[in-house]
Design a protein around this ligand. Structure first.
Ligand SMILES: Cc1ncc(COP(=O)(O)O)c(C=O)c1O
Length: 485
């Protein structure tokens, strides 16, 4: 157990703030412009406005919108702004949530409970998702006991094939899912075709626009060709859209939108059968700070439509620069045709692993994500070309070139560890077997969350494992991370 205990006497504000400032020094330097994930950085001015609004509402409680009508107004206004951007009409309603995952969990719960009432013969509800749909759908299914029918996608376009979706529908299906776009490859599923199927079969269709909802409408305004993906498509019943991504609001800000109030009623939970105050919660949380709502409201109003269009234009131009620059690096290739600033890059040279490239970039101060291979997609590095990265694209491309040249010149053989070596340990992974395995792999685990420098080996192993074993390993890794003092 950790040795940290509650201090007997409270510390001074100066001491606490100094300690926090020091602690932060170990975090990734997201203001450097070299971080292509995690943080969607607004301008300093917008950040200031958002932070002020957030702290104005930090202590207010969103538990009861009748006690805090100002929060009710902030919520209905930001939800309406999203609905209007996403083809909604006078019937469209929604809720403000803590993030994309919560929005998706609520969409699945609503579909499940609507079907429970209207199609009571279904005892094991199923939802059809492509393998490119965000992991949040799997989490929702896990929490809500809905079965995931996980479909392959086209290996070139990384879009789901509507015919494959149609063939997967059975009497237990409650919901179809399309991404606009998928996070991994930045491509939009064929939403119009999915809408037609959903309508014909009377199924819910959720369009996940968590990452695209505050980007694609502005890209369209800036005359980029964006296929239909929102409520203007017949058959779309719900959409998720995050303000804390390309809306540039502080984290804890997303929304779930529905075609009608009738559908949303299946989302809301009420309980007056206990001895305390009556609970009526539209979303997962009960007591909640008003900060994220106020932060989102302030940010959206501060940036405004013209501001978002300008940011999107600049992000699209920077992404084009990445695409062009990669043409000069024959060992690397963009996967599919991303419509926005999310790019997956594969290695065409079997001797150069994307995980080694990622390690090289990290050593040079860059932070990019890696993606493991799945049924239809090779392992890749992922770039979210954000507003803060725009000026740094020439340097990014030069470092990628340098990474390839260095790795080619290196006589170090590519890492190739066969997970079969520890297959028996993976069969029933417990905290104890995990510790033994971590020791074997030199992943001792440190008290401050630092992991191995050589992620190539770890990622290489994880990449080769079946997803179930990989998940079990990741669970035990996290289980350990939060216990080391
Ligand atoms: C398409 C998509 N859906 C859902 C999510 C989950 O959002 P969050 O991390 O806010 O829960 C993400 C996050 O990147 C996403 O890109």
């Amino acid at each position: 157990m950790s040795k940290v205990t509650l201090p007997k006497k409270g510390m001074s504000a100066d001491h606490i703030l100094e300690e926090l400032t020091n602690l932060k020094k170990k975090d990734i330097p997201w203001r450097s412009g070299k971080v292509l994930a995690y943080v969607y950085e607004p301008t300093q001015e917008t950040e200031n406005v958002c932070k002020k609004a957030y702290s104005m509402y930090l202590t207010e409680n969103g538990l009861d919108p009748t006690a805090f009508p100002s929060l009710l107004k902030l919520e209905t206004e930001v939800v309406a702004m999203a609905a209007n951007l996403l083809g909604g009409d006078e019937h469209t309603v929604g809720s403000f949530t803590s993030g994309g995952t919560e929005s998706i969990i609520l969409a699945v719960k609503t579909a499940r409970d609507y079907n429970k009432k209207n199609r009571p013969h279904i005892t094991q509800p199923e939802m059809i998702v492509a393998e490119t749909a965000h992991a949040a759908f799997h989490k929702a299914a896990h929490y809500l006991s809905v079965k995931v029918v996980n479909l392959p996608v086209d290996k070139k376009t990384f879009r789901v094939d509507p015919k494959v979706v149609e063939a997967a529908i059975n009497e237990n299906t409650i919901m179809l899912v399309g991404s606009a776009p998928s996070y991994a490859h930045g491509v939009i599923d064929p939403i119009e075709e999915l809408g037609a199927i959903a309508k014909a079969k009377d199924l819910f269709l959720h369009v996940d626009a968590c990452v695209g909802g505050m980007y694609l409408p502005f890209a369209r305004m800036a005359c980029y060709e964006i296929p239909p993906f929102d409520f203007s498509v017949e058959g779309v019943t719900s959409m998720s859209c995050d303000f804390h991504k390309y809306g540039y609001a502080a984290k804890g800000a997303s929304c779930i939108l529905y075609k009608s109030r009738e559908i949303r009623s299946y989302q809301i939970f009420a309980c007056s059968s206990w001895s305390g105050y009556s609970i009526v919660n539209p979303t997962v949380l009960s007591s909640k700070t008003g900060g994220p709502m106020a932060g989102a409201w302030a940010t959206l109003n501060h940036i405004g439509q013209d501001g978002y269009v300008e940011i999107v234009k600049a992000s699209q131009a920077a992404t084009e620069m990445v695409k062009k620059g990669l043409q000069d690096i024959p060992e690397l290739k963009i996967m599919g045709e991303p419509v926005m600033n999310l790019v997956a890059i594969e290695s065409l040279d079997p001797a150069i692993s994307v995980f080694a490239i990622s390690d090289y970039m990290t050593a040079q101060g860059w932070h990019i994500q890696v993606q493991f291979a799945s049924r239809c997609s090779k392992e890749a590095i992922h770039l979210s070309v954000n507003r803060a990265n725009i000026e740094h694209i020439p340097e990014l491309l030069a470092t990628l070139k340098e990474a390839i040249a260095t790795l080619k010149a290196s006589d170090k053989p590519a890492m190739d560890i066969d997970p079969a070596m520890f297959a028996s340990m993976l069969e029933d992974l417990t905290p104890t077997t995990f510790d033994a395995l971590a020791e074997m792999l030199g992943l001792g685990g440190s008290s401050d969350g630092e992991i191995a420098d050589n992620m190539e080996m770890i990622n290489g192993i994880l990449n080769k494992l079946p997803a179930e074993q990989r998940n079990a390993l990741l669970v035990q890794f996290m289980n350990k991370l939060f216990t080391v003092a």
